[in-house]
Design a protein around this ligand. Structure first.
Ligand code: URA
Ligand code: ZN
Length: 381
């Protein structure tokens, strides 16, 4: 029987070259270097109007040994690492293009020099970066996809929600989706901007509202816009992995379908009921609770009901186990560190316990979400 592996698909880093660039900047995003009681006390300022003077930042963000130590402490066999937000979004096009290609080479090296997990597998693989900024040429984007597809340890790309300035439903991105589909690279869609900060009011709630609600709503909106723009109809083999279990999209998908049904302009544009598209997506399992994970797996499985020719009707029980096959364990390391030093991080333990206690998932489903689904998605045999 194949060994059950634990694979982390949502784990970040700032490559040393990128961290250096953040240190050299004097506006957000930046790393503010300072000392406290003679020790380094660097702060990461990446959000506009970053609350609480920024978040502590240190070697856990860039040192590969720290990543491996974290993996060992939590029994993680293999990680597919991605650059953390805000990627290259804030750079001029020429700088973004050059840095993307350098960072992709850096990440390939970071992964290819990592220890072996088995004779055919390393412990680290990665998601590359595209220079998705306004005024970039389509050629530059497609060339970067070609570069990534030749780097054998890079299995996909991470992207935010801005595209080249007009969001991900911009037709200008069609050649990018086409090239990603052809290259078989997985797209990890990750938030950064949240929603209009006026929604947060004037109480000091620290990072809670932007991270707990703003991030997942941003992903919800971006994915919905992709569905409405027909991107999954035009690029049916595109593989999109959604951060934070797809945010609110699973919960809102029937409402979305109903709103589309009542809007003839949009309804005529789509090939399927909105709920069908959720069965084409992949969802990380960074949701922190077994009920949420079970629900997401139900919604994924339910998409079959909207398959053309399906005789299943509303109320037919869904196959929760089937839905679990599109869900993948993640940690969001090095974000959400423990407040006191402990060997295991609460954020990780909670996500593992959640997977372990979903009603209706047997050992095969749990092993799949813990790692088997990721090995299959990234073709890591
Ligand atoms: N905060 C961030 O800025 N990014 C993450 O990925 C998680 C938390
Ligand atoms: Zn993340």
């Amino acid at each position: 029987m194949a060994l059950a592996r634990l694979v982390d698909v949502h784990t970040h880093l700032y490559l040393p070259r990128y961290a250096q660039m953040l240190r050299s900047r004097n506006s957000v995003p930046r790393i503010l270097t300072s000392t406290r009681d003679g020790k380094p006390d660097d702060r990461l300022l990446i959000l506009d109007h970053e609350p609480s003077g920024g978040r502590p930042v240190g070697p856990q963000y860039w040192d590969r040994e720290e990543k491996l130590k974290f993996m060992n402490a939590h029994g993680i066999d293999l990680s597919v690492v991605s650059s953390a937000n805000p990627w290259l979004d804030f750079l001029p096009a020429s700088e973004a293009k050059t840095l993307a290609s350098q960072l992709n080479e850096d990440l390939e090296q970071y992964c290819s020099d990592s220890p072996l997990l088995s004779p055919s597998l390393k412990r680290l693989y990665g998601f590359g970066l595209l220079p998705l900024v306004p005024e970039i040429s389509t050629d530059a984007l497609v060339q970067t996809i070609e570069q990534i597809s030749k780097l054998s340890h890079l299995k996909g790309i991470i992207m935010g929600t801005r595209g080249v300035g007009k969001g991900l439903d911009d037709e200008a991105l069609d050649p990018v989706w086409a090239a990603l589909e052809t290259a078989g690279l997985v797209v990890f869609l990750h938030p950064h901007y949240g929603v209009d900060e006026k929604a947060w009011g004037d109480k000091n709630n620290g990072h809670v509202l932007p991270l707990a609600l703003g991030f997942p709503f941003e992903t919800t909106i971006a994915t919905t816009r992709l569905i409405l723009a027909g991107v999954f109809d035009r690029f049916p083999s595109l593989r999109l992995l959604l951060a934070h279990s797809g945010g609110a999209l699973p919960q809102l998908s029937s409402r979305l379908a109903s709103c589309i049904d009542h809007d003839p302009v949009v309804a005529s544009r789509l090939k399927h009921d909105a709920r069908w598209y959720l069965g084409k997506l992949y969802f990380d399992a960074v949701a922190y609770g077994p009920e949420e994970l079970g629900f997401v797996s139900d919604v994924i499985a339910r998409s079959e009901r909207f398959e053309t020719g399906s005789s299943a009707s509303a109320g037919t029980p869904v196959d929760r186990a089937l839905g679990s096959r599109r869900m993948l364990f993640g940690t969001d390391h090095p974000f959400f560190p423990p407040l006191q030093s402990t060997e295991k991080w609460r954020s990780v333990v909670e996500n593992l316990q959640a997977i372990d206690t979903v009603a209706g998932w047997g050992q095969a489903e749990k092993d799949g979400v813990r790692g088997g689904n990721a090995l299959a998605l990234f073709n890591l045999g």
